[in-house]
Every structure is written in structure tokens, then in C-alpha cells.
Design a protein around this ligand. Structure first.
Ligand SMILES: Cc1cc2nc3c(=O)[nH]c(=O)nc-3n(C[C@H](O)[C@H](O)[C@H](O)COP(=O)(O)O)c2cc1C
Length: 348
């Protein structure tokens, strides 16, 4: 079965068991959906120039193996941070992490998780904590401290979520209180252990003053490398590298933030060149519409260290729990290996 057929099947299975507002939230895109549709198209249209006479005697495991920020992995296909996975499966990210551990991959854990960090960490997979800086920075401080203490090996600072769009539960079409186990206060109280009673109502809403200095603040506070997610312009990528970022994720947030945005496949080469001009050790990752092993290979050929996969894994988790997430990671990795065996080592 191709990855395309598998992903369609998992989505159909998941939709059959999910409330319409949850499925709508996962599938949602910004604007008229142009960026998402064009992202899928651009990754599918990516073409490789095969290399020959290089010897392809390496094992499948050797072909797929990589490191990200020094962590050895068995695949460059990583699980994107996605909110509210308890709406897909009762154990949420803890269930997804089991599949990630089995695949030898790595997962991002969203600020909007409802699962305690220790439960995610117990699965044994390497994980990065995704940060939305909150207006009350002391809450963000508590969250990153706890994530670091629970074993997160990097922070992913998402910087592309600066306006409310139709994919946000707080926007009109989705009733936020319908989300288990309740957004905002109760969830944050559980995750931070802090008494939030005396904080003002906007404390847990996104901060609007996030800038390059935030990279250093997070790195100094936790001692963890900081990866900036949602970078598309080469000048921003260069500035992140200069400000001390350990990596950047070229991402349109799955086409969920700006309908008229350039796609991540189109932006990737320029970002790689910009980052390398500052420091070749700074890693570049990509996501938003990656759906085939050939697309993964193309990203690697452009200089990406790894890719993240989002919605197919969310649907997989909802449809079949850890087995569904594993199916997605394994199918992409298997296709990648076949592609690399046919193409030689295309990694740039
Ligand atoms: C349901 C859903 C929730 C998401 N939540 C977050 C989030 O909390 N933080 C974040 O940085 N990105 C979030 N994203 C974006 C993903 O990390 C990733 O960039 C995107 O899903 C990749 O595109 P793809 O779904 O087409 O593979 C979310 C995406 C989806 C589909």
C-alpha cells in the first residue's frame, strides 16, 4: 500500500469515530486552504536527481539512520507537535510516544498538551517540548522548567501563531469547552503545579511580544537547545541562527496560519542557504504537507536534517492508537529507504 492510500484509510477510519468538530479542527486550514493544498502539491512535485555508482550496500537501517541535535535516531521522519491529542486517544501524547519509541523517532510535545510530561517521557522516546510563550512569562518559565526536568532534550519555539485564525478552537466555529479535559486554567494548573487563582484572565493567552531575545531567554533558563518553528524567510532564518538557535523548522503550520503563504517546500532551499551562511552546524527541519518517502528524500537533498509529519499521525492515533502512529512513521521511513537505495545518498 502506498503512503497516500494508507493515510487516506487512517483519516477515514479516524473520522468515523470522531465528533465532527474535532475532525474539523484537525483538518482545518487557513484562508481558502491554498497554502495547505499548494504545500501538498509542491512536496509531491519535488523531483530528485539520482546518483549512481556510489555503492548501495548499506542496510536499510544504515540508510535511514540520522542524528538530530546529536540524538541518534533510526529515521529522519519525526512526529510534529500537535495540540489536544487526548481528543484522538485517551492517553494522547503518551500513546503516540510509544509508537515513536518503537520507530526510533522523536516527538514534539505541544504547549497545548493535556498529558503530564512524565507520562510522555515514560515511553522512552526522545522528545522536544514545543513552546508558545504565554503572556504571563512566569507560566512559560514553569512549563519549560518542568519539561526540562522530565527529560525534554530541546525546546521548539513556535513563532508563526500570532493571530487568531479559523483553526483555533477559540475562533467562532469550535466551542473550546468541548475539548477534554478543558483548556486554559485546569490544564495549566495540572501541568505547572502552580496556583493560578490570582493570575489575570489573559495570563495563559499567547504573548504578542515574542522576539529574537526569547531564544536566549529559553536557552539560558533551561540549558536546552532552542529550535525555532515556523520560519520561512531567509533573513529570519539567518537572524535566528545569529541569535543562538540550534535549529529552525521551515513550516507553514500545515497551511493553518496564512492561506496566502509561500509553501515550506518552496522556502526550504533559501532557508538552508541562509542558515549555513551563519553556522553550518545549525540544523534545518521541514514540515507541512510531507506525505511520501520521496518528499522526505528531497528535503534531505535540500539540506534538511529531518522532517516532521503532522495530520497523518494525528488521524493514525485516533484510528488505531500507537499502531496507527507507527504505521505512518514506518511507511514513510520504508519509502524513504527505497528512494535512497535508488538514488544513492542524496543528503546535502
Ligand atoms: C491538529 C493540529 C494541531 C497542531 N498543534 C500545534 C501546536 O500546538 N504547536 C505547533 O507548533 N504546531 C502545531 N501544529 C502544526 C504541526 O506541528 C505541523 O507544523 C503541521 O501539522 C505539519 O503539517 P502536516 O499536518 O501537513 O503534516 C498542529 C497541527 C495540527 C494538524
Amino acid at each position: 500500500m502506498t503512503t497516500t492510500a494508507l493515510f487516506e484509510q487512517l483519516e477515514a477510519e479516524a473520522r468515523a469515530g470522531l465528533p465532527a468538530h474535532v475532525a474539523g479542527y484537525v483538518a482545518a486550514t487557513a484562508g481558502a486552504g491554498q497554502c495547505h493544498a499548494e504545500g501538498l502539491r509542491d512536496w509531491a512535485a519535488a523531483r530528485l536527481v539520482p546518483r549512481v555508482l556510489q555503492g548501495v550496500s548499506r542496510t536499510d537501517e544504515q540508510l535511514a539512520a540520522t542524528t538530530v541535535l546529536g540524538t541518534p535516531l533510526r529515521t529522519p521522519v519525526l512526529l510534529a507537535p500537535m495540540a489536544q491529542q487526548v481528543a484522538a486517544h485517551p492517553r494522547g501524547e503518551a500513546e503516540a510516544a510509544r509508537a515513536v519509541a518503537a520507530a526510533g523517532s522523536l516527538l514534539g510535545v505541544s504547549t497545548n498538551t493535556a498529558v503530564p510530561f512524565d507520562a510522555v517521557a515514560q515511553a522512552g522516546a526522545p522528545w522536544w517540548y514545543q513552546v508558545y510563550v504565554l503572556r504571563d512569562r512566569s507560566l512559560t518559565g514553569l512549563l519549560v522548567d518542568r519539561a526540562a526536568a522530565a527529560g525534554a532534550s530541546a525546546l521548539v519555539l513556535t513563532v508563526d501563531t500570532t493571530a487568531l485564525t479559523q483553526v483555533d478552537p477559540a475562533a467562532a466555529s469550535i466551542e473550546p469547552t468541548a475539548w477534554p479535559p478543558g483548556p486554559g486554567r485546569e490544564r495549566l494548573t495540572a501541568l505547572t503545579g502552580a496556583d493560578l487563582a490570582d493570575r489575570d484572565a489573559g495570563a495563559a493567552t499567547p504573548a504578542l511580544d515574542v522576539d529574537l531575545a526569547t531564544i536566549g531567554w529559553l536557552a539560558e533558563r533551561t540549558g536546552l537547545p532552542v529550535v525555532v518553528k515556523g520560519v520561512l524567510h531567509p533573513d529570519d532564518a539567518r537572524a535566528c541562527a545569529q541569535a543562538g538557535a540550534a535549529g529552525v523548522v521551515v513550516s507553514t503550520h500545515g497551511g493553518r496560519r496564512l492561506g496566502e503563504s509561500v509553501t515550506s517546500a518552496a522556502a526550504l532551499p533559501g532557508v538552508v542557504a541562509a542558515v549555513r551562511s551563519v553556522d553550518p552546524a545549525v540544523e534545518v527541519y521541514a514540515d507541512s504537507g510531507v506525505r511520501s518517502g520521496a518528499a522526505v528524500a528531497w528535503a534531505l537533498a535540500q539540506g534538511a536534517r529531518a522532517v516532521f509529519v503532522g495530520r497523518p499521525a494525528w488521524w493514525g492515533l485516533a484510528a488505531r492508537g500507537a499502531d496507527g502512529v507507527a504505521a505512518v512513521l514506518d511507511a514513510l521511513t520504508a519509502e524513504l529507504v527505497t528512494t535512497l537505495r535508488q538514488c544513492g545518498d542524496v543528503r546535502a
